[in-house]
Design a binder for this molecule. Structure first.
Ligand code: AMP
Length: 258
């Protein structure tokens, strides 16, 4: 095998979902580089940035055990020198709906940091989680436009045994809220089994989630890769969810005909 670097960008507070990306990268590369950087550019809400969990020492232990070769811990000033030119990438139609609508500027921040990372690290392979499906579609556009030499790997969502998608934000849920959180995936699976009735079932799901203390921000059945509304089953599709539980923003999705 030729020497190759597999790159796994993260914001830390690592869980098994991140480590599964590292394991996958290890299997396909001679070296795995993991970055930990809570990227201010992708937070539109300063409170959310402040509250984002930071667990560096535990993260480093997990990465050592998972066999990461090196960890990159840049400071904002290292990554973003004042002379840095802005990246111009047309994200249409991904820049108007879902995460873009509720987190204005978020993907511009993601593009900014990944453009910088990819330029500095020059990985042969880069690994992302499908839990952040819209982000994966944005990264595909970035790689197509500027880094066609990078092999992009979009990896399945790692879940807790009860179905909750693993997320660094889950650690902010109290025990009561945590016990309700798996309802999100349960409802997504139910919607998926009854796609032709999505319109009616969507309302039932929103109400069911509300009884668990989960406030829906968006819940939609979409075609991929454009995320335009789906009306009939067929082709690559997904159901996307974002909502709040106990003030914690959670996202999840299910893929249909992946
Ligand atoms: P984050 O630290 O949240 O920015 O995530 C870093 C990478 O890990 C992103 O590519 C995420 O999509 C991915 N990731 C986060 N949670 C999961 C999960 N539960 N399963 C798989 N990948 C994940």
């Amino acid at each position: 095998m030729h020497a190759s670097t597999g790159f796994v960008p993260t914001m830390g507070a690592l869980h098994q979902g991140h480590l599964d990306l590292v394991t996958r990268a290890r299997a396909e590369n001679t070296h795995v580089l993991v970055s930990i950087f809570v990227n201010p550019a992708q937070f539109n809400n300063p409170e959310d940035l402040k509250k984002y969990p930071r667990t560096l020492l535990a993260d480093l232990e997990k990465l050592r055990d998972a066999g990461a070769y090196a960890v990159y811990l840049p400071l904002p000033a290292d990554l973003y020198p004042s002379t840095l030119a802005q990246v111009s990438l047309n994200l249409h139609p991904l820049d108007s709906a879902f995460e873009s609508r509720f987190r204005p500027g978020h993907f511009e921040g993601v593009v900014k940091v990944l453009h910088r990372f990819f330029s500095v690290v020059q990985p042969a392979h880069a690994y992302f989680g499908l839990k952040d499906l819209q982000q994966c579609l944005v990264v595909e556009k970035l790689v197509d436009a500027f880094f066609p030499q990078i092999n992009l790997h979009l990896c399945p969502t790692t879940r807790e045994p009860d179905g909750l998608a693993m997320s660094s934000r889950n650690m902010r849920l109290g025990p009561e809220a945590r016990s309700h959180a798996p309802e999100i995936y349960r409802q997504l699976q139910w919607l998926c089994r009854n796609l032709p009735l999505f319109g009616t079932n969507r309302e039932i799901t929103v109400q069911a989630l509300a009884t668990h203390g989960i406030e829906t921000e968006y819940l939609d059945w979409v075609n991929l890769p454009d995320l335009n509304p789906a009306e009939t089953p067929g082709g690559r599709q997904a159901i996307l969810f974002a909502g709040y539980l106990q003030g914690v923003r959670l996202i999840d999705n299910v893929l249909i005909n992946p």
